[in-house]
Design a protein around this ligand. Sequence first.
Ligand SMILES: [Zn+2]
Length: 743
Amino acid sequence: MKSTSKASSDLQFAIAARQTRLRLEHNDNGTMLLSLADAEGREYLRRPNVLWKIEMINRQQRIVELDMRQSPPKLRNGNDQVRLTWRNVHVGNTAERVTVKAIIHLNEANGEISFRLAVEETPADWSVFRVHFPRLDLAVTPGSQSDCLALPDDRGVLYRDPLSTMPTGGIHEKLRRRPYPHGSFTMQFLALQREDQLLYLAAHDPAGHLKNFFIGPDPENELIYIHPWVDTEIHYGQDWSQPFPWIIRLQRGDWYDAAQIYRKFALTADWTKPGPLVEGRKTPLWYQRIGLVTLRLMRGPAFEDADVIAEHAFMNTPMVCHYYMWHQNAFDAQYPFFFPAVPTFRDTIKKFRDRGIHVMPYINMWSCDTQMPAWEQGLKHSALQITPAGDLDQRVWSQNRPFATFCPAADLPRQISRLTAMRLFEQGASAVYFDEIAMSAAWPCHDTRHGHPAGGGDTFVKSINKTLALVREEAAHARPDPVLTSEGCAEPYIANFDALLYGNGIRDNAIPMFETVYHDHVMAFGRYTWTPELMDPKFAGAIESKHAQQFVFGSQIGWCDIPLSMIIEKSPATAAFLRHLAHTWTHSYDFLAQGRLLRALDLSDQLQPVTRRWAVSWQDAEGMELKLPPILNGVFLRVDGAIGVVLVNITTEAISLTVRLPSPQGMYAQAMKQGTVVQADDATLSHFYPLPQRTGAEIRTLIDDQFHKTIAEGDSERGFDLTINPLSCTIIALGSEKPYGLT
Ligand SMILES: [Zn+2]
């Protein structure tokens, strides 16, 4: 324990755990966080900011801030914790007062400083409303490529030189207020990399309380502001204590190391309780083995039953058909009502199932059409009220009609979800896709008639999980192995969803953050590819490289806006490549579906990048240019310790290379030989692979849909010499002990 309070004034405090050091001062502005620096004195703050800001609400819906300026905190040192107490804190300019406490735990072993705030002696008419903590204005060097911000937007994004590359202005101003959970803030952590140093900031909240991560660049002041807040449940006259800690930690490392820190927490959260996929307690094996999830988006030419059957015949593998427009309503209208189905739908499902095509109908139980009689006649009483005044969360989708959002705790939408999903399973659907749930922003609901406390808290996440669990339980009456999926990506629902549609954002700076934390716990499918990528020669290689990247991140492929039947017709080589990947998945789902994603190999010393152009949105005919390695790779760890290196050649040339898997044991052996001493920390070990010795490998390839296994030349330390065929995948599979040297 290394906390101290300076005797000079009692108004300055230094708090430290290992590398992480904080300095606080109480002055005329309140209690300020003056400094966040590591033991070598590297400062992470650009300027001081007030340590916390707390908003209170009263029964008349008046919202004020606590004013701590006249209330310097008292510090008490414990064994491995520090307590700060602010007494007689003014409730705005009212006569009321509260006590605020911060309980700060110091973990000397790993350098984590964790904070929990509490508000006590709450006046009878008041409640805590929002708690803003921490408030970090981080110093970032303009133009620096080694200053990077990693955010869990979709699967993950790494902004190099974030002051110029983070989106700003216009709609992005709104987007930067990133609610959690939400497809644009899918986990509760972020990382600022500076050279080889790392700031890890996270909420280790195992229940998914609603939060907002307000994060953005301020180029004028050369800083990134990180100002999250928590929406609390409103309970007048009751004390409040933060039900989870905020964590600040400085160490060596990069975003991958940050993801490993978060993973340790994530494996204690409610949503990983069903266990990893390999134990099969959630996602059925039939779904894990399928590498191909196709999209049947519209009706008519190229989308007829015969087209889907022809796609399946060409692909020659079981597939899941994500099936839109099975209902008679227009798309994006009349939600949440989908029935009646088109009269042929029941026959279509049967015809498909007989051939090994699993039907996964689209439904949307999130949004509610406000322009239909059922809205006025009752549905409006189940809508999410996002302000205490009763404002509805409204959005306009493709049919230009205003949609409200259902409160997930309300009983009516829960009943409609169960009825709709059950009718589909009883008609023979293998899976049901719930649009929006994992993608859309979660907001607090202030309508207590729904049977929940007003405000934030964990009601939202718990209610959605309750609905999904009920759907899953009942669906098992119709078929023993139902699958539920959703749009977007959000951690707190993965105990109930089998697969999530990642890839709503097509970015050149995407990183597999979500997969690094969760790949062995939940599956993923899909990524947008659009018609110009098939038709316009300047996009040559886009479909192949987009799918190959999905594949090495361990996501099922094939989900294209363009019907697969058109790709087969227009570009048979592209379609054959997709078939090759889908078959490879089925032969190696032990890694691709079930494995834990490890750090990808850095092959940049052997491979020159190639240029590709990807379309980035629905109406995009220009796209963006990006550099990719000609061979993409993903490394997966099976639960028994086996390692699979998945290598995909995205070019039309054969490429030879040597693949080394350096192990900690190899490093120690080398050090012993040289008589040097190695003290490897986690950030060093994360660049090695958990192998106990020089290991041989089996090479898995697929030639003309035939699966081959051969013995590789070389070993893991010296390297395996390989030639990867054009537009094809090779997997190096190495046996090992139980995950060795890896926590
Ligand atoms: Zn509600």
